[in-house]
Design a protein around this ligand. Structure first.
Ligand code: BGC
Length: 348
């Protein structure tokens, strides 16, 4: 196992951005960067033992800063959407940045994604990224100290440990927004890759992609991923939910959530033989099928076309501040918001 630190480049404002390369005994390699505390490469062996980069995104500062759709990055402090671009805590209303259509907030306006975090090697197989935000930035309350530690294990798993503490009561809900393609970056779309999600219900959304508050059974609908099925099988179904979002882009409510680390989803490519198992301590997972990707050039200049990658973003449900029946992610001052997500790989 080894970790190597190099300079990736500089931001437009002249800040240095380091890249950390973790390599394990099987040759699995993960590259992590200080910009967005993100993942820019995961090389895993396929069934023939050949290494494939299963992440879709950028590895240059220009793409990361100017063309990003959150590829590989941490989204936060509150991932996904907040309706109306504001919320209330203890009777005080907090108007937030409305970065989506001028009427709602998506991924906290990109705050965590477009921040240079401070990266530090921990031993020979982990890197911890830290960042303390200013209270009130983008209207969002709380000076939150966030630490995200990525650990690569010898059994080809990447563990993400999140630990956040605020000086004021606030909502805390960060996620990692990696786009995966289990045949490798630049290999086409992900429609034949098979997905299982351990969720009997999901949160339907309105035309603005805001949850209605309902927890709807997946049974008998295109949202039933309880047994493995190709992502493309039902994605063009004419139901209202898939029309609202242009393909899968929904939060699934994980069965049996109790805060312990449980398997949330399994994705497999029959072609490469690579399987990704996602486990998490969190109650939800956003399955986003890359519907809005539109040909923007990524690594090696290869265009990222519609559905060339999928995201499995572990999270509290979107718009939780406006839905009292959803599990709460409102944390008291000084309370640690802690969670763990694991991306484990194998090939057969
Ligand atoms: C959202 C999508 C959005 C994507 C990139 C996902 O978490 O659910 O609607 O397009 O992030 O911003």
């Amino acid at each position: 196992m080894s970790v190597q630190k190099d300079l990736l480049g500089k931001t437009d404002s002249g800040q240095n951005v380091s890249v950390f390369t973790l390599t394990n005994r099987n040759g699995m390699q993960v590259q992590l960067i200080e910009y967005g505390a993100g993942i820019i490469r995961i090389l895993v062996p396929d069934k023939a033992g050949m290494l494939r980069d299963v992440t879709v995104g950028f590895d240059d500062m220009d793409g990361l800063q100017h063309r990003s759709d959150y590829q590989g990055a941490i989204a936060g402090p509150y991932a996904n959407r907040i309706s109306g671009g504001s919320f209330v805590i203890d009777g005080n209303e907090y108007p937030l940045v409305k970065n989506e259509d001028g009427i709602k907030t998506l991924h906290s306006g990109g705050e965590y994604t477009h921040t240079v975090w401070q990266g530090k090697e921990i031993g020979e197989n982990a890197v911890c990224f830290s960042y303390t935000r200013a209270d009130g930035l983008n209207g969002y309350p709380g000076s939150i100290r966030a630490e995200i530690t990525y650990t690569l294990t010898e059994d080809n798993a990447l563990r993400l440990h999140y630990s956040c503490v605020s000086d004021r009561k606030t909502y805390i809900n960060p996620t990692n927004h990696t786009y995966f393609n289990l045949n490798g970056f630049g290999s086409g779309d992900i429609l034949s890759q098979e997905l299982t999600i351990f969720a009997s219900t999901f949160t339907p959304v309105d035309k603005l992609s805001i949850p209605t508050g309902e927890l709807r059974p997946v049974e008998g609908s295109p949202f039933d991923f309880r047994s493995a099925k190709p992502i493309g099988r039902d994605i063009e179904h004419s139901c209202e939910q898939l029309k609202n979002t242009g393909g899968f882009d929904h939060n699934f409510c994980l069965d049996g959530w109790d805060g312990s680390l449980r398997t949330a989803a399994v994705a497999k490519s029959p072609e490469s033989g690579i399987t990704l198992t996602v486990s998490t301590t969190l109650p939800g997972i956003q399955f986003y099928a890359g519907n809005f990707l539109s040909g923007i050039p990524g690594k090696d200049g290869i265009p990222m076309n519609k559905r060339c990658g999928f995201c499995l973003e572990t999270q509290y449900y979107p718009d939780t501040p406006h839905q009292s029946s959803f599990p709460s992610c409102l944390f008291a001052a000084g309370e640690t918001a802690e969670s763990e997500t694991v991306f484990a790989f194998r090939a057969d």
